[in-house]
Design a protein around this ligand. Structure first.
Ligand code: CU
Length: 209
């Protein structure tokens, strides 16, 4: 059961990073606390070559790790099972419908995410297991860390559309604009309902493994 906190606003502060190679984008909720697991997609006004990647979403301690993953369309994701119990990973999301039937260890082939959109992951065995894959059109994608910071390495200078998504948002993804390198602060807002991240229940609910 997810515990719901009061409605809050998401505030985005785009700030210039001291490092020349990396751009940091800080995301805060209106409560003043950093917001983890927010996806920041930067869409360049000039055409950029595709950079599909290969990432993994593990099942560890009966939880998906990480909770939120962002990849460009065409990317591959592996789903290694690091638990002793078996998992049955699936998605019914239109952007990617798939299932990896009961397995232990690493499934043989990674899953390719060809279509942009949000893919909600679940496990048939453990209902409380939830995670998200954000499939973007741009090669420039990052997920905020525990400090609410999304880091982009080697962004070409120029104009970008900023798209912001969070699993707990209460409205459509926020769209904004930014020039790289960033020279002034920009503010974006999104309605977010803060919740507790999915973790295995402390007692019961089949947690007898
Ligand atoms: Cu499971």
């Amino acid at each position: 059961m997810l515990k719901q906190f009061s409605k809050t606003w998401l505030v985005v502060l785009l700030s210039f990073s001291a490092s020349v190679a990396a751009t940091e984008i800080k995301i805060q909720a209106k409560d003043g606390l950093p917001l983890e697991d927010a996806v920041v997609e930067l869409i360049s006004a000039t055409a950029q070559p595709d950079k599909p990647t290969k990432l993994s979403v593990a099942q560890k301690d009966l939880t998906f790790v990480p909770f939120v993953t962002a990849v460009q369309k065409g990317s591959a994701i592996e789903f290694p099972n690091q638990d002793k119990t078996r998992h049955h990973v699936y998605s019914f999301s239109p952007a990617k419908v798939f299932e990896l039937k009961l397995y232990a260890g690493k499934p043989e082939a990674p899953v390719i995410f060809e279509k942009a959109g949000v893919v909600a992951l679940g496990c048939n065995i453990h209902d409380y297991m939830q995670a998200y894959v954000y499939v973007g059109t741009s090669p420039f994608l990052a997920v905020t860390n525990v400090d609410g910071v999304a880091t982009f390495a080697e962004l070409p200078a120029g104009e970008y559309q900023v798209k912001l998504w969070h699993p707990w948002q209460q409205s459509d993804p926020v769209i904004g604009k930014v020039s790289i390198p960033i020279t002034s602060e920009t503010l974006l807002q999104i309605d977010v309902l803060r919740q507790q991240k999915p973790t295995k229940p402390k007692k019961g609910f089949g947690n007898n493994y």
